[in-house]
Design a binder for this molecule. Structure first.
Ligand SMILES: C[C@](O)(CO)[C@H](O)COP(=O)(O)OP(=O)(O)OC[C@H]1O[C@@H](n2ccc(N)nc2=O)[C@H](O)[C@@H]1O
Ligand SMILES: Nc1ncnc2c1ncn2[C@@H]1O[C@H](COP(=O)(O)OP(=O)(O)OP(=O)(O)O)[C@@H](O)[C@H]1O
Length: 269
């Protein structure tokens, strides 16, 4: 069986406090986007994992897909299988690519082996694999809080709008990004701001990671400014970077901009 673990963007991201477990409490809006990996699982005589496409740093035995399989194997008698991941979504890019692979593995195994796990149970497994993972179980626009792994529904639809995502080939580690932020109480009510039209978000909705990282990596504010120059209604960095996105009213002619970078564009669902 084949599945397509997609990326996410953060619309607004407030890092509100440092927790006693070393993590941070935050609030944000997660929105799924169509930039996706491809994950295939087939029955086999022994377990194997392989990947192609973008090179994934680290030991393949510690890939998040393998960790997700091992997590369920502790509680269920899963047969051996062969997994292949075609890695397309850039890594260290703020798009939750690895987290999505992990969550889609859980959901796929639940379906293929009829494990009858509820959404809540799948989210609980996902939470143990990473803060972003649980979002990809339901994979719909939500307001998130605490570690970014608790959710509330929001009445937000960007259906029909167009998104451009630019990854400037710059790997930013999530831990590095958090280390550069001073948590603070939000100055803007994110839930209220999200109810306003996207063209108004520019003055109200911000990502707290931008300040520190924009000073360190000047390509990031340049890309954001370019999005606005091309007519974006709203532009921002997603998550802990380094991807910058622009939301446009309709399809946009990029006019040779961003050619040296990795770009994805498409309609929002
Ligand atoms: C930046 C975001 O993408 C926003 O959605 C997420 O907060 C990152 O989530 P993630 O990549 O799944 O992160 P994890 O794998 O859980 O944690 C990586 C590292 O990021 C930091 N971290 C992560 C999440 C969080 N709420 N507080 C943190 O301080 C911690 O140093 C942690 O060791
Ligand atoms: N399936 C996977 N895809 C990407 N990275 C993976 C995967 N499995 C394990 N990893 C490890 O996780 C690290 C990337 O984590 P990181 O959080 O920086 O990126 P990400 O999961 O692609 O998305 P984000 O930048 O939004 O957090 C890689 O260096 C790699 O060692």
């Amino acid at each position: 069986m084949i599945t397509f673990p997609n990326a996410k963007i953060n619309i607004g991201l407030h890092i509100t406090e440092k927790r006693s477990d070393g993590f941070h409490n935050l609030e944000s809006c997660f929105y799924p986007v169509g930039w996706s990996d491809v994950l295939e699982v087939i029955p086999a005589t022994e377990f194997s994992f392989s990947s192609s496409g973008i090179d994934i740093p680290g030991d393949p035995a510690k890939n998040l897909c393998v960790k997700a399989y091992e997590l369920l194997k502790k509680d269920f008698s899963l047969p051996p299988l062969s997994m292949h991941l075609l890695k397309i979504v850039p890594i260290g890019a703020g798009m939750g690519g690895g987290s999505s692979d992990a969550a889609f593995t859980l959901s796929l195994l639940n379906q293929v082996y009829d494990l009858k796990l509820s959404t809540e149970a799948l989210e609980n497994y996902a939470r143990t694999l990473g803060s972003d993972c649980a979002f990809f179980i339901q994979n719909k626009p939500v307001y998130c809080y605490e570690k970014g792994d608790r959710f509330a529904d929001i009445p937000l639809s960007l259906q029909g709008k167009y998104i451009v995502l630019v990854y400037p080939n710059l790997h930013i580690s999530t831990a590095e990004a958090y280390a550069g932020v001073k948590p603070q109480a939000p100055k803007v009510n994110l839930l209220e701001a999200l109810q306003r039209p996207p063209a108004e978000w520019r003055h109200s909705i911000q990502n707290d990671f931008e300040k520190g990282l924009f000073e360190k990596y000047t390509v990031l504010p340049e890309l954001k400014a370019k999005m606005y120059a091309l007519g974006a209604e709203y532009a921002a960095m997603t998550g802990s970077g380094s991807t910058i996105y622009g939301i446009f009213e309709k399809e946009v002619d990029l006019q040779n901009n961003f050619n040296q970078y990795t770009v994805w564009k498409g309609e929002l669902l």
